[in-house]
Ligand binder design. Structure first.
Ligand code: 5GP
Ligand code: MG
Length: 209
């Protein structure tokens, strides 16, 4: 399993070339670059493929953070794949976890299906735990979970995702689908959002103007 814990994965923007720098929205510290993300997602896809073989799989992607991961991961799976969406949110605008809400009116029928719930990040674990509970009540044949990121030392639930691409330190990260106040999801890399980035973010400047 890949890990972003080692210091060698940290890179300054100056070292990553002009093309990416033009997409750099904040003075970010890059935790995982595009190559590392691609390799980690490919490795996770191989493990999922080895587990399911040719069995049809229904992916239940938790919106909106897993959108980019869903696009990249699902295109690497060769078994018949159905894609279903569920919306869950625990961050109402900031970086602190708030009350969880779920919206399941975009769900496919998963009764009797092999189902894998997909999320961007496993932080306290409350979101994944709640979504798995909700999907379990819909009568799937089997149920697993997969996440891009597992934040170390934050879990409050007795649950481990079945498939994890990266373990990361306890920092607030953005990019590759993850947001801060609905921004930064389109960054092609994963970056740590620090206090001065938050103060200088376009949304903060909007709200103070
Ligand atoms: P949990 O319920 O596990 O505490 O949180 C899971 C959800 O919180 C994730 O799906 C994600 O939307 C959000 N989240 C947790 N940690 C981070 C983070 O570091 N950055 C961002 N952008 N979202 C996070
Ligand atoms: Mg989320």
């Amino acid at each position: 399993m890949a890990s972003a814990w080692s210091g060698s994965t940290w890179a300054a923007c100056a070292g990553i070339g002009p093309e990416i720098c033009t997409r750099k929205v904040v003075g970010v510290k890059i935790l995982l670059d595009e190559d590392e993300l691609r390799a980690g997602v490919a490795e996770m896809a191989q493990k999922i493929a080895a587990f399911y073989g040719d069995r049809p799989l229904t992916i239940v992607a938790i919106m909106t953070g897993s959108l980019v991961l869903l696009a990249d991961l699902s295109r690497q799976l060769l078994m018949p794949v159905r894609i279903s969406l569920i919306q869950a949110s625990s961050y109402r605008g900031g970086t602190q976890s708030g009350q969880l809400w779920l919206r399941d009116d975009m769900m496919l029928d998963v009764r009797g299906r092999d189902v894998m719930v997909l999320d961007d990040i496993f932080d306290t674990g409350k979101t994944l735990s709640a979504v798995l509970g909700c999907v379990a009540q819909m009568g799937p044949n089997t149920l697993t979970s997969a996440v891009l990121l597992h934040k170390l030392g934050r879990q409050v639930v007795d649950l481990e995702p079945d498939f994890v691409a990266f373990h990361i330190p306890d920092e607030f990260v953005v990019g590759y689908g993850l947001d801060y106040q609905d921004l930064y999801r389109n960054l092609p890399y994963l970056a740590v959002l620090e206090t001065h980035d938050i103060e200088n973010s376009p949304e903060s400047q909007l709200s103070s103007s």
